[in-house]
Write a new protein. Structure first.
Length: 345
């Protein structure tokens, strides 16, 4: 089915596979900060406010630069900022639409607290506020679902962090340098590549008709979160995730009473950059649960650097979830129920 060009065209009328395959070019994005004045205040902590796909890039940065961030870096995915936000906080307000109500609420609080604010959006209320109040902002390219514009947001947050002296400016070049490699990897996953040599199609066939459960370590957690959101939003497929080592302190027992016939598809997202004990936990847990849950499929993150592994895993998630959407007979990019919820609110 996935090798039938007519079926792919029928279910992928908005050419989402082509969009997934072109994400490598987002790594070359060079954001421009408007109202870029920096008053030189000391920044003692960073808070990124965003929801859904708009928060993804911050999760990736927190994992990628964990050992380099010299100040606390917090991600808020709700209506309220922590009380610790003050004059010395850099509050990055990220909403692709610029109208996400939780993120707009955080913006109003950051403004009231006198924080150093930077806005990332494609338009909407937040860009209007940035223009009126002369707030540092980056205007993203329009026409994307937020989860498919993650690398644009990644480049934008890094640019802002560099502008306020939180990270080195060469980090934006580190992202750009992987663009060519990401293209060659993406080409292997395209719709015209047959299933027998297309890793994304193979994974989609393993997942279809089942509830997907993604397991990760600490480093790869943002990738697992991207997989979950893509299965939910793109494939319209129920999915869950759990992180090691926390899994070993509770959820492992939940699996012991579930017969193997339960319709779960288990995926272990593995990075060689994880703590060695986490990798050991994956191996031991799989062995102890043998016969009590479906056998896991291991997804080894490709790439010889942290940024390569994170972005490769993200793009693979997009391809696999689009193929699962095709197999499920649904439109990959439609999010009608979410839009209806927003109107009801």
């Amino acid at each position: 089915m996935l090798d039938d060009a007519n079926i792919l065209v029928q279910h992928d009328s908005s050419e989402d596979l082509a969009l997934a395959g072109s994400q490598y070019d987002q790594a070359n994005y060079k954001p421009v900060i408007l109202n870029a004045d920096n008053d030189g205040r000391e920044i003692t902590n960073v808070v990124v406010a965003g929801m859904g796909g708009s928060a993804l890039a911050a999760l990736f940065i927190k994992s990628w630069l964990k050992s380099e961030l010299a100040v606390p870096f917090e991600i808020v995915r709700s209506y309220d900022l922590p009380n610790s936000v003050n004059h010395n906080t850099l509050a990055i307000i990220s909403s692709y639409s610029g109208n996400t109500e939780e993120t707009v609420s955080c913006f109003e609080q950051a403004k009231a607290k006198g924080a150093q604010i930077a806005i990332i959006a494609s338009g909407g209320q937040l860009i209007d506020q940035a223009n009126v109040n002369q707030i540092a902002s980056i205007v993203l390219p329009v026409g994307f679902q937020p989860r498919m514009a993650m690398i644009y947001a990644l480049c934008s947050i890094i640019t802002i962090l560099a502008h306020f002296d939180i990270v080195a400016s060469d980090k934006i070049h580190e992202i750009a340098n992987v663009s060519g490699w990401l293209k060659s990897e993406s080409d292997k996953l395209a719709g015209n590549v047959p299933t027998d040599i297309n890793y994304a199609k193979q994974l989609a066939l393993q997942a279809v008709g089942k509830t997907a459960v993604f397991f990760s370590g600490t480093f790869s957690f943002p990738v697992a979160y991207k997989w979950k959101t893509c299965f939910n939003e793109t494939a319209k497929n129920l999915a869950f995730l759990c992180e090691f080592p926390e899994f070993n302190h509770n959820e492992i027992l939940g699996w012991t009473s579930h017969p193997i016939e339960k319709p779960f598809a288990i995926f272990d997202i593995i990075s060689n950059l994880e703590h060695p004990q986490i990798l050991k936990r994956f191996e031991i847990s799989g062995r102890l649960l043998s016969g009590q849950r479906p056998k896991s499929t291991v997804i080894n993150l490709a790439g010889d650097s942290a940024i390569k592994q994170l972005l490769w895993g993200s793009i693979l998630a997009d391809f696999v979830s689009i193929y699962v959407a095709v197999l499920n007979g649904v439109s990959p990019m439609s999010v009608q129920l979410i839009e209806k919820l927003k109107k009801e609110l």
